[in-house]
Ligand binder design. Structure first.
Ligand SMILES: C[S@@+](CC[C@H](N)C(=O)[O-])C[C@H]1O[C@@H](n2cnc3c(N)ncnc32)[C@H](O)[C@@H]1O
Length: 264
């Protein structure tokens, strides 16, 4: 968004006289960046955390009349906020059986927003059960990740078990095609995730079918023996030994937890 230009969602939020909505203000620009392409399509949305129902109404207004919105909340009172194109399912986002039953009940979604209870267990269980229920070109959003730093939520900087620490593994899986270790192999995440976006308090994972990456060169090399110019036999042998020794040395260094050694 341009400077001072409010997104449609923020404008809706600021002029909202309908059901209560609770969002961090900087989320609106992030929503706009990632959600805009789904407007006026037959988009399916699932938001965990209904509260007073205001955000579900906001999605309905933003995405248009072709959108189908599902909400999940542990509070049975939320069922009252159902209306045309808004369905609400009551259950806990940390209950795997409930989430598995939910997947059978509702279609795969284009956008999933986890704005539920924000505990580590809730965020991790919901991700583990529902990520596969986001469509091939869909988006998984987990909000209020600042709880990963709050003691009262079991958070802390680099603390084991937080959603932030858990999500750092996503970065490895995104790059797994390049891994040389058995401990990191191409996974369903690698082949289905296009990009991971970290913002203050929020992660946005965009899905897309991913093939093994490849690189190519085009154009004319500016230096001898670079680019796709032919190398001499001696140069080829030298390069082979360089790679062999570098690999051996680095295997040993890696085993002892030491940083890498290279020479060009
Ligand atoms: C932050 S509020 C949701 C705000 C709403 N999305 C909005 O933007 O206005 C969090 C909601 O998560 C619900 N919640 C808490 N624990 C939950 C759980 N284990 N499973 C599902 N929902 C839960 C609460 O009942 C509450 O309604």
């Amino acid at each position: 968004m341009g400077i001072n230009k409010k997104s449609d969602l923020e404008t809706y939020f600021r002029t909202n006289n309908s059901r209560l909505i609770h969002k961090w203000i900087h989320y609106f620009d992030i929503y706009e960046r990632h959600f805009n392409k789904f407007r006026d399509t037959e988009v399916v949305i699932l938001e965990i955390g209904v509260s007073h129902g205001g955000s579900l109404q906001m999605w309905k207004d933003y995405f248009g009349e072709k959108a189908t919105i599902f909400g999940v909340d542990i509070d049975p009172r939320c069922k009252d906020f159902e209306e045309e194109n808004i369905k609400i399912c009551i259950g806990s986002q940390s209950n795997r059986s409930f989430l598995r039953a939910l997947k059978k009940k509702i279609p795969k979604v284009d956008i999933l927003i986890d704005d539920g209870g924000h505990t580590m267990e809730q965020q991790i269980v919901s991700y583990e059960e529902l990520f596969c229920h986001v469509k091939e070109n869909g988006i998984y959003v987990c909000e209020d990740l600042h709880t990963s730093y709050w003691l009262r939520y079991g958070g802390g900087h680099k603390r084991r078990g937080t959603f932030i620490e858990y999500s750092k593994n996503f970065i490895d899986h995104l790059n797994a095609f390049h891994s040389e270790q058995k401990s990191l192999q191409v996974s369903a995440f690698t082949t289905s995730v296009d990009s991971i976006h970290y913002y203050d308090s929020m992660i946005v994972i965009e899905k897309r079918k991913i093939e093994a990456p490849c690189d190519e060169q085009t154009g004319i090399a500016s230096f001898r023996n670079e680019g796709h110019q032919k190398r001499t036999k001696t140069q080829k042998i030298k390069e082979k030994y360089r790679i062999f020794f570098l690999t051996k040395i680095n295997k040993i260094l890696r085993f002892f937890g030491q940083s890498g050694f290279i020479w060009k």
